[in-house]
Ligand binder design. Structure first.
Ligand code: NDP
Length: 284
């Protein structure tokens, strides 16, 4: 049967945005689920994010992903239309219209948790070190706490940002306060079950210097960055005794699947899309 449903228009808005893999992911999700869609790249001027979003939805756009550096602006734009996940993260990566009002969610945390589950590592009862205090770290804090980690320490190059993030989260979620702490990279000492690199250090070819951090038996080191080769953080972690290492390509696909579900009401299969993406990345 010929599908005559109108094409749903999606885009990822960012600056820069040209390297985004989101169009390739969502086009595969669309083929898999029978949703007719077009997914494009939308580079917004840095000072015109609101106009870019408004124009997109006024022209009939169905859904937008938001990437660097606009996740916090997207949060501010949603007003009362924030999901709980977005409110707790303080950042939005998924936008849509509902009953004429802009809605926003953050799917990064769900994406990370789904990918860690795919890797077969339970978070419940684990000691977790989260490196970084930017938008990506904010997005995954609440889901990690909710998943029942025993301890969650945030460390960051600028120590005050980790302190602030830890204090802000503890104030919002007092039931989790006793498991949370924050400090500089020199506060990373301890034996960890899961270490997550939520910094962009790999962009400059380096790994954060985690003073005194060691890996427990069966530990996972997870870098949110991804690429054709192991990142500097992954190499550092293997040298330091981590048993499992992973980059963040799986998280990228999982957060996209969650956005697709919000927009289209159907959850796509992620495994085949991840395999295709990985193969394409390694061919380059
Ligand atoms: P932000 O710009 O908001 O934050 C960057 C963070 O990295 C800050 O904590 C910053 O520390 C730290 N940092 C930067 N350079 C270094 C360095 N050389 N050494 C130590 N720390 C450093 O970025 P995001 O939080 O949005 O993104 C972080 C990373 O996560 C990016 O690489 C992004 O691509 C990735 N990401 C991956 C996703 C996925 O689906 N796989 C989803 C979202 C993000 P300071 O505060 O001191 O500046």
């Amino acid at each position: 049967m010929i599908n005559t449903a109108p094409l749903r228009q999606f885009a990822v808005v960012g600056n820069p945005v040209k390297h985004s893999r989101s169009p390739a992911i969502h086009e595969q999700f669309g083929r898999q689920t029978g949703v007719s869609l077009q997914y494009t790249l939308l580079e917004s001027p840095l000072d015109a994010f609101t106009t870019t979003v408004t124009n997109f939805f006024d022209a009939g756009g169905w859904g937008l992903n938001v990437t660097v550096p606009f996740k916090e602006e997207a949060f501010a734009l949603c007003g009362d239309g924030l999901s709980d996940r977005a409110r707790l993260a303080g950042a939005v990566n998924t936008l849509w219209m509902q009953n004429g009002a802009l809605r926003g969610c953050n799917t990064d945390g769900v994406g990370l948790l789904a990918d860690i589950a795919r890797l077969g590592v339970p978070v419940q009862g684990k000691r977790v070190l989260l490196v970084g205090a930017g938008g990506a770290a904010k997005g995954v804090l609440f889901p990690l706490l909710e998943a029942g980690c025993q301890v969650l320490r945030i460390v960051n190059r600028s120590a005050h940002r980790a302190h602030d993030l830890s204090a802000h989260t503890a104030a919002q979620l007092p039931q989790h306060a006793s498991r949370l702490s924050g400090g500089g990279l020199d506060q990373a000492q301890g034996e960890w079950d899961i270490v997550i690199n939520a910094t962009s250090s790999s962009l400059s070819g380096e790994a954060p210097s985690l003073v005194g951090a060691t890996y427990a038996k069966g530990a996972l080191a997870y870098d949110m960055m991804y690429g054709p080769r192991p990142t500097p953080f992954m190499s550092q972690a293997l040298d330091a005794g981590a048993e499992f290492v992973s980059d963040g390509l799986g998280m990228l696909v999982e957060q996209a699947a969650e956005a697709f579900l919000i927009w289209n009401g159907v959850r796509p299969e992620t495994a085949p899309v991840l395999s295709t993406l990985r193969a394409a990345m390694q061919e380059r």
